[in-house]
Write a protein that binds this ligand. Structure first.
Ligand SMILES: Nc1ncnc2c1ncn2[C@@H]1O[C@H](COP(=O)(O)OP(=O)(O)O)[C@@H](O)[C@H]1O
Ligand SMILES: [Mg+2]
Length: 227
């Protein structure tokens, strides 16, 4: 397999609303290598979430080629797609990442249990990883009893536990204060050390500067930029 985890060629994404067509992504061609931390910046409404959803296989391109792990996504059936997502892709949103009726510990363990891993081993692993993100004292809290920063750390712990190669994060620090954003971002840097591929949509230029490189999305076009 090539070193590119994600290959995108002439990708277009349009949304049709009544009689109008919104051209969100116009002609995107880029590759994403393994083990990179990449920031995706762009004005609100420019299509950052749309782009992440395409890579997460939650939506389909209108035109063009999207290959994830060497699989041409338009050719794969639902079963294979779901397996590809489950085994390889985590997505972290700005908020509401967690299952409200489950504790922090359960939220991290559930993806492991779903993958048929042993229940007790899953709980132990989840507990260890929550410890790594400094949440050992919050294992049995429900999401509603956690702060925004703590909730995001649980969501990151869940991606660490899942060990997916690709981690997509959609403005994960958008609702956090300065210090908490920096702390949450530090865990993404740790994930990179584990050779994960991380793509983060963010408005935070200071955090973007810590990425390996930045992609800027403006008027449907994505370019590599220096921030
Ligand atoms: N499902 C959809 N149907 C119609 N339009 C959409 C849909 N999703 C996103 N859009 C439009 O696509 C554009 C890009 O949205 P989005 O990807 O959410 O931008 P960003 O995440 O950069 O703020 C916006 O104009 C938005 O209204
Ligand atoms: Mg968005």
């Amino acid at each position: 397999m090539s070193k590119n985890l994600i290959e995108i060629k002439n990708l277009k994404k349009e949304f049709k609303n009544n009689n109008t067509v919104i051209k969100v992504l116009k002609n995107v061609s880029l590759n994403i290598e393994s083990g990179k931390l990449i920031a995706l910046i762009g004005p609100s409404g420019s299509g950052k979430s749309t782009f992440l959803h395409l890579i997460a296989l939650l939506d389909k391109p209108t035109h063009g080629k999207l290959k994830v792990f060497g699989n041409l996504t338009k050719d794969i059936d639902e079963d294979k797609k779901n397996k590809l997502i489950r085994d390889n892709i985590s997505i972290i949103f700005q908020n509401n990442n967690l299952l409200a009726d489950f504790t922090a510990l359960e939220n991290v363990a559930i993806p492991l249990i779903i993958r048929n891993q042993n229940y007790k081993a899953s709980i132990n692993k989840a507990s260890k990883i929550l410890d790594q993100v400094n949440l050992h004292h919050r294992l049995n809290h429900l999401p509603s009893d956690l702060s925004g920063g703590e909730q995001q750390r649980v969501a990151i712990a869940r991606s660490i536990a899942s060990e997916t190669k690709i981690i997509l994060a959609d403005e994960p620090t958008g609702n956090l204060d300065y210090e908490t954003s920096r702390e949450v971002f530090s865990y993404f840097l740790k994930l990179k050390e584990k050779n994960k591929t991380i793509l983060i949509a963010t408005h935070n230029r200071e955090l973007a500067r810590k990425a390996d490189y930045t992609l800027s999305l403006v008027n449907g076009v994505i370019k590599r930029v220096n921030v």
